[in-house]
Design a protein around this ligand. Sequence first.
Ligand SMILES: [Zn+2]
Length: 90
Amino acid sequence: MKYCLFLILVNFEKRDIILIVGVLLFMIGLIPFMAPIYAVLIAIAIYFGIKFYVGHSQKSIKGIIGEGLCADCGSKINDKKCPNCDSAGI
Ligand SMILES: [Zn+2]
């Protein structure tokens, strides 16, 4: 069990560990007010909610920046294609 937990911690980024610790503390804070199973479920829901939100916001930041610039003309790459060169090449 301890070994399992260690593996999980290694696989997570530092930011994830902080998130998990925060959610765990929140869960412990909820336990006096409700059945532990509900506190666990709420904590899991919050964890995945934050993960989803963070993933979504990272995706939109990436969308604003684009996937990079075209090596030929310097245009913003969309869907791994240059809007200028790839459309002209067809
Ligand atoms: Zn181009």
